[in-house]
Write a protein that binds this ligand. Structure first.
Ligand code: HSE
Length: 379
């Protein structure tokens, strides 16, 4: 099968490497923005060279961003080409449009590398969904933030220095604020939840709090109390839709998530009858992520490629039944927080059980008064 790569950055060059010596997958065209000597003979700067080339079977979009990725991927499907993408922003934002277009055109649309880097999470989620109903999904779904939190638990470090290391290793997004503030993990959660619950969730409405404001002193407090802090995503079936949110979470030392090192992810579903199953592996990085792109191409080669679910029903967010205690550190006094405070720790307070959506809305508003605020749910 012939593949055209849209982009030749970290993941694109990894796909090229994986395919180079294979007899069944051939990268025959690469769309580039500037000259790339390694692929000079097959490069083009004009997408029409790709979309109008009848010998290209699969367009693998690894350029990132929403535009022109959306226009290119749509045009490729309309031209009858299968699409593989690692672009979670694209799939999360245009879920309904792209999945319906793939169905209409009878082409494959696969994005396994978009969630969990090299982990075959989406394919296994889709597999279990054919048999069991999913109650809850989530976990550690961002390699960069886990890399930072892991380093901060190992020794006091400068947040900026460890972020730079994650960038140098090719883990971080082009704009790493997406990794730190939760946007990247939220995109992955939306895609996973849509597939798990046959839903279409509104990405922007999912409440989140990131790790930008965590300090070494917070981490020292958590360690003294026997907790590990990780940035977790959660989506659970709820009475009137799906309860989805992103927040730093304090986990006991024996929780599986507490042991996840470096850029690794640990993503879990809970099926009604299957119970809990977790997927662990490198959630970011060149060759693992590129491997999932190539695996999707192999799936198409076997004639099995279609999207992970054929249902996409808009669904509301329903957070009314989810509550737990929170650690809160703020320099600003607050009546609502005082009313919910149950305990005082060295660097902050701990609340009684508080509704998750209420707390995340409070924290988002409170950041305007106190930009140093940090909160973490307590599992
Ligand atoms: N920036 C992402 C992460 C890359 O750190 O997980 C993989 O999606």
């Amino acid at each position: 099968m012939n593949i055209a790569l849209l982009g030749f950055g970290v993941v694109g060059s990894g796909v090229y490497e994986w395919c180079r010596d294979r007899a069944d997958l051939h990268v025959t065209r690469v769309l580039v923005r500037s000259a790339k000597p390694a692929v000079a003979d097959i490069s083009t700067m004009d997408f029409t060279d790709i979309v109008s080339d009848p010998t290209i079977d699969i367009v693998a979009e690894v350029m990132g961003g929403l535009h022109p990725a959306y226009e290119y991927v749509s045009a490729a499907m309309k031209a009858g080409k299968h699409v593989v993408t690692a672009n979670k922003a694209l799939i999360a934002a245009y879920y309904t449009e792209l999945t319906s277009l793939a169905r209409e055109q009878g082409v494959a649309l696969l994005c396994t590398a978009a969630v969990g880097g090299g982990i075959p999470w989406l394919v296994n989620l889709a597999r279990v969904r054919k048999l069991d109903a999913i109650e809850r999904i989530g976990g550690i779904m961002n390699g960069t933030s886990n890399f930072i939190m892991d380093a901060m638990h190992a020794a006091p470090v400068s947040f900026d220095a460890i972020l730079k290391e994650a960038q140098d290793l090719g883990y971080a997004e082009a704009d790493p604020s997406a990794d730190i503030d939760g946007d990247d993990i939220r995109r992955k959660l939306v895609i996973s939840a849509n597939i798990a619950f046959d839903a279409v969730l509104d990405e922007e409405s999912i409440p989140m709090f990131g790790i930008r404001t965590v300090t070494d002193s917070d981490i020292a407090t958590f360690k003294a109390k026997g907790f590990t802090c990780k940035l977790l995503a959660t989506a659970a079936a709820a009475e009137n839709g799906v309860c989805a949110y992103i927040e730093p979470t304090l986990l006991s030392a024996d929780a599986l998530e507490s042991a996840v090192p470096r850029n690794f992810n640990l993503i879990t579903y809970e099926g009604v009858n299957m119970g809990r199953q977790s997927y662990y592996g490198q959630g970011a990085g060149q060759m693992p992520t590129a491997a999932n792109v190539v695996q999707d191409c192999l799936t198409i080669l076997r004639g099995e490629g279609c999207f992970y679910t054929d249902k996409a029903t808009p669904m509301a967010l329903d957070g009314k039944d989810e509550s737990h205690p929170y650690y809160v550190r703020t320099a600003a006094s607050d009546k609502w927080l005082e009313a919910h405070t149950a305990e005082t720790w060295a660097t902050g307070v701990v609340t009684g059980a508080v509704n998750t959506y209420e707390m995340l809305a409070w924290a988002k508003a409170k950041l305007a008064d106190d930009p140093t605020l940090f909160i973490a749910g307590i599992a």
